[in-house]
Ligand binder design. Structure first.
Ligand SMILES: Cc1cc2nc3c(=O)[nH]c(=O)nc-3n(C[C@H](O)[C@H](O)[C@H](O)COP(=O)(O)O)c2cc1C
Length: 190
């Protein structure tokens, strides 16, 4: 599946096994990982337009597939050492972020989400069913620090996701939400 994602997107996503060097130490304040040693490195050419958004989109496709295989995952954009990953970078390539994968000690826990009314331009009472399903999946999308700084717009039949507050992870989050909306609704989302 990684090969298929790379062929479609032009990315250079790599699976790295048995290598825990890049994970934060147990003393870290934020982003503690215990026994994590397998991950995906999301790599692509630095000149790719919207490189971070594309990484978000294809990374989340892989996350959904991994979770379906009963593995657990965690997006990691900040709390890891870029220098200590085993990712192979070509001369023009950049490491955008990593996704830890493995068998979790737990399945995670439910967390709060913003209500649909704050996340899209359609009133719940007027939503087509497919759009509601897309929004339910978008609400479940992981975002950095769970900030959910995205907004989904329905115009005619076309759906777009925009960023409501720019930060280092916003474009990755946008790609993740696009993937989730498509998976939930069966409709394209740009
Ligand atoms: C783009 C992105 C970057 C993230 N970076 C980190 C990170 O550096 N360290 C960490 O512990 N968690 C990181 N996370 C995990 C989020 O904090 C977590 O997904 C979010 O709080 C939502 O919780 P959930 O995944 O349980 O739904 C990141 C998530 C995303 C989407």
């Amino acid at each position: 599946m990684i090969e298929a994602c790379n062929a479609e997107s032009g990315l250079h996503i790599q699976a790295i096994y048995d290598d825990s060097a890049c994970f934060p130490s147990l003393l870290a304040h934020y982003g503690m990982f215990r026994n994590a040693k397998n991950y995906l490195a999301l790599v692509g050419s630095a000149s790719t337009p919207d490189l971070r958004g594309i990484c978000g989109y294809y990374g989340q496709k892989l996350v959904l597939a991994l979770q379906q295989m009963e593995l657990n995952t965690c997006w990691i954009g900040g709390s890891y050492s870029k220098k200590k990953t085993g990712a192979e970078l070509g001369p023009e390539e950049e490491l955008v972020c990593i996704i830890a994968m493995g068998y979790g000690e737990t399945q995670g826990k439910p967390r709060r989400s913003k209500p649909m009314s704050k996340l899209c331009n359609v009133a719940e009472s007027e939503m087509p069913k497919w759009f509601r399903h897309g929004m339910m999946a978008a609400q479940l999308a992981p975002t950095a620090l769970n900030q959910q700084k995205f907004f989904v717009t329905l115009e005619g039949n076309s759906v777009t996701v925009s960023v409501t507050k720019k930060n280092a992870m916003a474009e990755i989050d946008r790609g993740i939400v696009r993937c989730q909306f498509e998976a939930g609704s069966g409709h394209p989302c740009l």
